[in-house]
Write a protein of this length. Structure first.
Length: 91
């Protein structure tokens, strides 16, 4: 319920501490990145998915998919499309 008169100061906004995102690592059984630790989110980082297929530089552990779908090797590094990082988080 609102107060009948405005107050002369603002109340502080509550802060909710958020744990940092967990880091994904390559899982050889899935043949893809995986977060082994439960948390509010997971980040593949800057190097785990860098590049695409066998283009130069080659993607580490290509194709990094659980269905073994191959990436294309055509195009130029960071000129043509590629997914170099994946971050998943909850709020």
């Amino acid at each position: 319920k609102p107060t009948p008169k405005p107050i002369a100061f603002s109340t502080p906004k509550p802060t909710i501490p958020q744990d940092p995102l967990k880091s994904a690592t390559y899982d050889d059984s899935f043949k893809a990145p995986r977060c082994f630790t439960v948390g509010r989110g997971c980040d593949s980082g800057a190097s785990l998915l860098n590049s695409r297929g066998n283009m130069s530089p080659a993607e580490p552990h290509a194709s990094n998919t659980i269905d073994n779908c191959k990436d294309g090797d055509e195009g130029f590094y960071h000129f043509d499309e590629s997914i170099d990082r994946v971050t998943i988080s909850s709020t």
